[in-house]
Design a protein around this ligand. Sequence first.
Ligand SMILES: Cc1cc2nc3c(=O)[nH]c(=O)nc-3n(C[C@H](O)[C@H](O)[C@H](O)COP(=O)(O)O)c2cc1C
Ligand SMILES: CCCCCCC(=O)C(=O)O
Length: 389
Amino acid sequence: MARHWADFQYEIYLNGMTGAVPRLPTDLTRLEELTEQRLGPGPVGYVAGSAGDGSTARANRAALERRRIVPRMLRDVQERDLSVEVLGRALPAPLALAPVGVLSIMHPEAESAAARAAAAQGVPFILSSASSTPIERVAEVMGDAERWFQLYWSKDLEVTRSFLGRAKSGGFSVLVVTLDTPLLAWRPRDLDQAYLPFLHGVGTANYFTDPAFRAGLAKPVHEDPNAAVMRFVGLFADPGKTWPDLAFLRENWDGPIVLKGVLHPDDARLAADAGMDGVVVSNHGGRQVAGSIAAADALPGVVRAVGDRLAVLFDSGVRTGADVFKALALGARAVLLGRPYAYGLGLDGQAGVEHVIRCLLAEFDLTLALSGHAGPATVGPADLVEDPA
Ligand SMILES: Cc1cc2nc3c(=O)[nH]c(=O)nc-3n(C[C@H](O)[C@H](O)[C@H](O)COP(=O)(O)O)c2cc1C
Ligand SMILES: CCCCCCC(=O)C(=O)O
């Protein structure tokens, strides 16, 4: 019998009989405010902030909220199975943790704690190439759990080659290539505080320990940390890349490749034509193009264009189990979760991330059941209407 994620609610109520209440809120939309109270304004601003006037981040939420579920009754939802197949992998639920860089600003155990939490709950962890923890150290704590690697496609070919090799050796099986960050966007919340973690003593150890990255430095990182930071900022991405360049990645990675940050159906078609295996419909949580289309509004067009050729994943704005349901109804195979798990990490380390995963999936399980579905396979556009308001 498949795991019933909804049982978490009775675990909470039963614990309550001894007077215990959850350490963190079960409504994940409350985590941001709590993190803000507990951690300094710089780190929280970096995580919570977005591009320009914040309109894209707001639009992400509005596009999900505008769509309403129309529940169906009397459909035998006693036994439920949330598992899905994504890119040839059997996942216990349609969820993965999105790549989030420099997690040490949230918690000293950073990516290791988040990866342990994902592994404990059976959810894939997508390690950012801008992580505070080297690939190898994250791999060590993950046992044989599912792990994917996110690549910022560097200007330096040798650094890219080195990352691909290290990720492969560490058992990372899917490559997620982020396309929407060839430059860092205009982010007023960080600018007003003149705070960017990478320039404020929070190194990306993943780069700083990389042999190809270090080979380009005149002095060891500890002797000239500023030079290391400037080399990172100068090469982490490459605004000069174009679609034909994907051939290099296809030749140098033998597992599935997923392009993250696709919003236009034509870009999704180009991804399929380039031999990619999937796309993440995402606007980077509203952190890149202020004024861009909400990710949930872009999803149906991408699904129509390539849903039969590529695995279509989704992120940006997912905060509730109902959001996961809505993304699937719009055609996503699975969703990635960003900020909420970073807040969970900041508030309670590994336990906080596990709490976030369990709350989200319990609520998703209940949303499915209460809407008349025993699993993700039967969820579709007919389950949603657009709120006219
Ligand atoms: C603090 C922070 C750092 C991020 N770092 C990365 C990164 O290193 N690589 C990447 O592809 N996306 C990165 N993202 C974007 C996430 O992967 C994801 O697309 C986004 O957070 C989803 O939106 P949500 O936060 O509303 O769930 C980052 C997001 C945040 C909030
Ligand atoms: C100058 C390095 C920027 C890394 C971007 C990390 C990220 O994806 C985000 O902040 O969003």
